[in-house]
Ligand binder design. Structure first.
Ligand code: PMP
Length: 380
């Protein structure tokens, strides 16, 4: 089996499974209970919060656990708008390529009367800080930008935009969806200047169903749910202790070798790029330059073969890739349209995403299978 869909989800690490198992079998108490069982469960949450806070360079109290980055993004967008969106503060700036959990939430806020500015990439697919900054005025109260876009891996100039906004309009709240960057592309929360930052456990070898939102101390958020006092009363509901504990362990494991992994992944990307370039009718939707595109994601189109056909052809060979983004479930990709990728090529888009376990041998087999598909499916 060759698994090349790590941007959709990753294999849970042994340490994460072990941590979850301990919380399921032994420390299964409710963290809000006052007895020993409750306390033991609470200790697992405390540890995970510390592990995640340390990885971001912040204090544990700033981390709120959620059910995943979809909730973190919803919480950030809706929670901020409820508090800071006023009659004379109606504008939100974002990019045209955000994940559906940001994009669709902003579409809904637009229907409620907020003005959403969706900044487009240039003809090469690059985003420029100036295009975000030129939209600033007294009505803007919120900016939401992703660090690494999940379909082609493009890197957005979040740090440059946020740092400059911070200087010129310090009252604007800044949110970053860092799901595809966290533990992959090194960044520092402090230099990024984000007020809010979303991350997800299952993209970094944790378990599906939990994530977190970093919330700067000075920022006020209206909770999405009403209920108990968990997570500082910001996210009521009994905590998913096994998943949270697994998240913390996955972070501890992943944070040890981010730079080394990044260098190795850059080599894998270069290898795949070179091998694919030798085939006819391959069009890259990602960028080769690592300064503009995460090496963890390579998106390309095999002209003449629709994504779905290719995906199932590869599946027969036990090679697992994605067509565009897994979240879109085969629907047309708004993100690829934003990059002005021609419709017939967007219909043939394949996303390959790496983990540290991906080998050049696996990538070689992928390229061979694509070459074979071109012979069998186009030139028959
Ligand atoms: N943002 C980005 C950039 C993502 O790639 C994803 C997952 N596809 C999410 C948010 C949502 O994360 P989750 O699956 O934890 O809800």
């Amino acid at each position: 089996m060759i698994y090349l869909d790590n941007a959709a989800t990753t294999k849970p690490a042994e340490c994460a499974i072990h941590a979850a198992e301990l919380c399921l079998k032994q420390d299964f108490g409710n963290p809000s209970s006052l007895h020993r069982f409750g306390l033991n469960a609470q200790l697992h949450i405390d540890l995970a919060r510390k592990q995640i806070a340390e990885s971001l360079g912040t204090e544990p109290e700033r981390i709120i656990f959620t059910s995943g980055a979809t909730e973190s993004n919803n919480f950030a967008l809706r929670g901020i708008t409820s508090v800071y969106g006023k009659r004379n503060k109606k504008k939100i700036i974002t990019s045209a390529v955000e994940h559906a959990s940001v994009r669709n939430t902003l579409d809904e806020l637009e229907k409620q009367g907020y003005e959403i500015i969706r900044v487009q990439p240039d003809a090469q697919g690059r985003f420029h800080a100036e295009d975000f900054l030129s939209q600033l005025d007294e009505q803007v109260f919120f900016i939401s930008m992703m660090l690494v876009e999940n379909e082609t891996g493009r890197i957005l100039p979040v740090q440059e935009v946020f740092q400059k906004v911070r200087k010129r309009y310090p009252e604007i709240i800044l949110h970053c969806d860092a799901v595809q960057a966290y533990m992959k592309i090194p960044f520092k929360l402090k230099t990024l200047s984000a007020d809010l930052l979303s991350i997800s456990a299952h993209k970094i070898h944790g378990i599906k169903g939990t994530g977190a939102l970093f919330v700067r101390k000075s920022v006020r958020l209206k909770p999405l749910l009403t209920g108990g006092k968990q997570e500082n009363a910001l996210r009521p509901g009994t905590e998913a202790v096994p998943l949270i504990s697994a998240f913390g362990e996955a972070v501890s494991m992943m944070k040890k070798n981010i730079s080394e992994r990044l260098t190795n992944t850059q080599k894998k990307k270069a290898f795949l790029w070179e091998k694919l370039s030798a085939l006819p009718d391959i069009y890259f939707n990602s960028e080769r330059e690592n300064a503009f595109s995460s090496p963890y994601i390579v998106n390309f189109s095999v002209k003449g073969i629709r994504s779905e056909i290719m995906l199932h052809y590869l599946e027969q060979k036990e090679i697992y890739v994605s067509s565009g983004s897994a979240c879109s479930k085969g629907a047309k990709s708004d993100v690829l349209s934003a990059y002005s990728i021609l419709e017939n090529l967007a219909d043939s888009a394949i996303r390959v995403s790496f983990s540290e376990e991906t080998t050049e041998e696996e990538l070689f087999q992928l390229v061979q299978a694509i070459e074979e598909a071109q012979k069998n499916l186009i030139h028959q």
